[in-house]
Design a protein around this ligand. Structure first.
Ligand SMILES: [Cu+2]
Length: 665
């Protein structure tokens, strides 16, 4: 069973625990002693089951259970034990007709119910890591609940008081003073603890984590504004100049439907940028009428930091009427894309993206086929108002191909959710992932590919003499078709692809030596992804969090040039988080403790699915301040975004990514 399923099961058992303890408390309060005893036994049993599910989860990783083991279960255990010891004997006695259940019995069982509820609330609102502040506030609230319940449930105090007043019940007077003592001292303790917890929560947080490496040095500062790209191409290369104007436009989808889009140059996708290795790419970005502002981020391309397009960090967002020139050498071969990084959860979705493909220089291809004899399609996948569009820049979804022709399909997921892709009708190889060639990728067929948000796969095959279909998300009518010349359109039959197993890229291709020692790291950062209440851009929100915080309050990760850096990325939540570090591809070391044994797998966006733990590493060789975030762009907007900062690099642009409209202008 996957950790994600254990997380769900644990939530279900936690809900059952709450229901059982409340049911026990209510039946007890109604003095229905026979069902109350059965429900109390059930509550104890469900609580024991909960201990088992938490223990299972603990085996998957401490991050999944910390707040449960340190707070939720001890609180429930203590309250539950008191409830059993107080209410249990009373219930047994009542069953034999000897005595009745007291207010204390009812209060003790309901307190266990509050403790069960509080534990789950802490899991959903706070998560990892548990703080002393959270523990104090939570236990205070449970105790306050117990005291208030005592006030409500206890036999009418006024009656006893009336008896006491006429001097007929000295024991009543004692009971009153005892209750008052408990009430006042209990209340004082609760208020003090809650106050201390609240005070602690306002302590200033660390703004930087060092990952076990040295802190900031006194080395001379470099501004990201000075970390700019080369002014000239490599020998033999040319300058590829483009002007991209961001503007609103009505765009016709391949289906014929018209949409109101945000575009580069009135097109969706924006103009395809292509280059040959060593060329200089120079793009002037103008903003015509996108009020929020725009930038260009070169997704997966390791440009110098000043060209990275992170507003508020590497530049200011380009306002209507302004422009910004990006310039970098196309030294990296492969399939990439560009998109706005300002308010990107809106802008990219509306169409501010395009493709970037860099071909190797001069006949290095083993097959030596001329470009004219190859089919090389760049295929961004994008969803417009529920319609998934996969198309080359000409918008066609059907392409002719002569049998025997080498074909390369460059799939680019420009959405915020993953896509499931099946190539039917031919065996194929996954030649490259995120632009980087794999080592000896083997031929596969009848497999499904899981393409993360932002990710790219290059699929290669030789065109057979029958049709080939690219099936997206199981939709056999959509997708893309390649037809051999002379074939009659419409006759290809596609089998049901929903049962095909997913290709495991961690075991695909042949291993090769890593360019650095992956067994050690100079810095190690753990990012635990979850949901919780946190400040995002200065506002409290039910945020997408990293280690319990939201952007920009998540501490910067400090690295020094040359460091080998390791990330452990843990997903405690029930959503998939495509993790994306700017400026560096990361080498995948393991997933859920299982090492990567196939080709070295370099990715710039890797999907951390619910319950998964990924270990990745990279060498810090590209100085700057780099965004490090979830590429489900609404998640990034809801707080799941931080910075990786090289020692000595500063920014004049504010330092906080202006990801939301109304911020960072
Ligand atoms: Cu996410």
């Amino acid at each position: 069973m996957t950790t994600g399923l254990w997380i769900i099961l644990d939530h279900v058992v936690a809900l059952l625990t709450i229901a059982a303890w409340f049911a026990a408390g209510v039946t007890l309060a109604l003095r229905r002693t026979r069902p109350a005893l059965a429900v109390l036994v059930a509550a104890v049993l469900v609580t024991l089951v909960r201990v088992a599910t938490v223990a299972m989860l603990a085996g998957r990783g401490w991050w999944f259970v910390q707040e449960k083991v340190l707070l939720g279960l001890p609180m429930l255990g203590a309250a539950g034990a008191v409830a059993v010891l107080v209410a249990g004997p009373q219930l047994l006695a009542a069953r034999r007709g000897r005595g009745d259940v007291t207010a204390g019995g009812v209060v003790s069982v309901l307190t266990a119910a509050y403790a069960a509820l509080a534990g789950l609330v802490v899991t959903f609102l706070v998560g990892y890591p548990l703080t002393l502040s959270t523990a104090l506030i939570t236990t205070s609230l449970v105790c306050a609940g117990a005291l208030l319940t005592g006030r409500v449930v206890a036999p009418a105090v006024e009656d006893i008081a009336a008896d006491a007043a006429v001097g007929q019940a000295p024991e009543g007077r004692r009971a009153i003073s005892r209750r008052r003592f408990i009430g006042w001292t209990g209340g004082a303790v609760v208020v003090t603890a809650a106050g201390a917890g609240t005070g602690l929560s306002f302590l200033p947080a660390e703004s930087v984590t060092r990952g076990g490496g040295p802190g900031r040095s006194s080395r001379a500062a470099v501004s990201v504004a000075d970390l700019r790209g080369s002014g000239s191409p490599a020998a033999g290369g040319t300058v590829r100049r483009h002007v991209l104007t961001a503007k609103k436009a009505t765009v016709r989808l391949p289906s014929g439907r018209e949409i109101d889009a945000w575009t580069y140059n009135g097109e969706v996708p924006g103009p395809a940028i292509t280059a040959t290795q060593g060329d200089l790419i120079e793009v002037r970005l103008r903003n015509a009428d996108i009020e929020d502002g725009v930038t260009l981020h070169w997704h997966g391309y390791d440009v110098p930091c000043g060209e990275d397009g992170a507003p508020g960090v590497t530049q200011l967002a380009v306002a209507p009427g302004d422009d910004f020139v990006y310039r970098f050498r196309a030294d990296q071969v492969g399939t990439y894309w560009y998109h706005t990084h300002h308010a990107s959860h809106v802008g990219v979705h509306k169409g501010l993206y395009g493709t970037l493909v860099v071909q190797p220089r001069g006949g290095q291809r083993a097959d030596e086929q001329s470009a004219a004899e190859q089919v090389d399609l760049t295929l961004p996948v994008h969803t417009f108002d529920g319609t998934v569009v996969i198309a080359d820049s000409d918008g066609r979804t059907e392409h002719p191909a002569s049998p025997g022709t080498p074909v390369r399909l460059r799939l680019i997921n420009t959405d915020s959710d993953p896509h499931r892709i099946v190539l039917a009708g031919t065996p194929f190889r996954v030649a490259a992932v995120d632009g980087r060639d794999l080592n000896q990728p083997g031929e596969v067929s009848d497999v499904a590919l899981h393409l993360p948000a932002g990710g790219r796969y290059d699929l290669v095959f030789v065109m057979p003499d029958t049709s080939v279909a690219l099936v997206l998300d199981g939709d056999r009518d959509g997708g893309l078709r390649l037809r051999p010349l002379g074939d009659v359109p419409g006759e290809a039959r596609i089998e049901d692809t929903s049962d095909l197993p997913e290709l495991n890229l961690l075991r695909y291709g042949a291993p090769a030596a890593a360019p650095f020692d992956t067994r050690t790291a100079d810095r190690h950062f753990t990012m635990v992804l979850d949901r919780g209440v946190a400040m995002v851009d200065g506002q409290p929100a039910y945020a997408q969090t990293v280690n319990g915080r939201g952007h920009p309050a998540i501490p910067d990760q400090l690295v020094a040039e040359g460091d080998i850096v390791r990330f452990t990325v843990v997903n405690r939540s029930l959503e998939t988080h495509p993790w994306h570090l700017h400026g560096h591809p990361v080498l995948i070391l393991s997933r859920d403790g299982t090492p990567s044994t196939g080709s070295p797998l370099w990715m710039d966006t890797f999907d951390v699915r619910p319950g998964e733990i990924w270990e990745v590493a990279f060498r810090a060789t590209n100085p700057g301040i780099w965004m490090n975030h979830c590429h489900n762009l609404p998640h990034a907007h809801q707080g799941m975004m931080l910075r990786l900062r090289y020692d000595g690099v500063t920014t004049p642009f504010g330092g906080s990514h202006g990801g939301s409209p109304g911020h960072g202008h």
